[in-house]
Design a protein around this ligand. Sequence first.
Ligand SMILES: NC(=O)c1ccc[n+]([C@@H]2O[C@H](COP(=O)([O-])OP(=O)(O)OC[C@H]3O[C@@H](n4cnc5c(N)ncnc54)[C@H](OP(=O)(O)O)[C@@H]3O)[C@@H](O)[C@H]2O)c1
Length: 340
Amino acid sequence: MTRMNRQWRLARRPMGEIQDGDLELATVPVPALEEGQVLVRNVYLSLDPTNRIWMSDMDQYMPPVQIGEVMRGGTVGVVEESRDPNVPVGARVVPWLGGWQDYAIVPGSVCNQIPPGFPMSAILSSMGLTGVTGYFGLLDIGQPKAGETLVVSAAAGAVGSIVGQIGKIKGCRVVGIAGSDEKCRWIVNDLGFDAAINYRTEDVGAALDRLCPHGIDINFENVGGEIMDAVMARMSNFGRMALCGMISQYNASGPVSGPKNFTAILMRRLTVRGFIVSDYMDRWGEAVAQIGLWVSEGKIKYKVHIEQGLEHAPQTVKRLFTGDHDGKLLVEVSPPPPGG
Ligand SMILES: NC(=O)c1ccc[n+]([C@@H]2O[C@H](COP(=O)([O-])OP(=O)(O)OC[C@H]3O[C@@H](n4cnc5c(N)ncnc54)[C@H](OP(=O)(O)O)[C@@H]3O)[C@@H](O)[C@H]2O)c1
């Protein structure tokens, strides 16, 4: 019987927030494999703020997804057919960008096999892209030292929650900014942040003045816009800003204004550096090994929020922009194998 593949394809570029009809669901037969290829049944699809960037025809770090193309997305899955002798049927693999679809056909040579004992969901969260992002963004760019003050935005999110915990391991005073009292309680009570600010109910600038009376040495920035403005105005001399993301601006349909306090970079001699996690591809294993150790020692905790059904992916991705998710956001495309 012919195997069928459901694929979400980009039908038009969203204007502002993602709308019904921006993506369309196609169902196509799975073609026969060529020599060296493997067929991966996607188990989990990672939903990431950058999905919205990839949908836009804007200056970005990868080519935008083209109209009619399968939506790009990180996945983990199980090999169902193989024409690569190094990748057996049944192997749990990371085909890297397996896309918003049931099945991905990829060269076996790009498939990393997941070692036994690692839950597949962890490979897309703490021990995958989000954990590695937090690890290098903070340690390489933030250069934290014991006793310094670190402020993290989107602090209860997948990346931010890891960053704050690494900051604590390194001896920093860590203040997180998040969008609900429940998230603020989680990062302080369960993750060990020193303090949290609910940006929806508090004046962020006033709260930072109160919580960071000696200024901010390191900013791990996930949000941009007004939150970043408030932080930037309070940076200490020779402070470091690791620009990881600017999610408050990804749905903008026109030009966005720059930071209000740009002169602070000069006056306070700040280092402001953007980065993309793929810049650290050659050191990926170092981060995964260290984070894995911290997780096993109970020094790093993380949450994964799994929604069921590829068919709901376009609705589910919007949760990243409303904050309506509890941890790293994944879609379960098909059932995981026994043991996860
Ligand atoms: N540079 C890289 O290589 C790299 C890699 C991965 C991720 N990132 C970036 O890291 C950031 C976090 O990504 P993630 O995957 O960890 O997602 P996440 O933090 O788990 O989810 C996004 C969170 O952003 C917050 N948010 C959304 N819109 C906001 C707004 N207008 N103002 C303030 N907060 C807003 C929401 O939390 P609240 O409920 O707290 O509002 C939401 O839960 C994103 O900017 C992403 O683009 C960068």
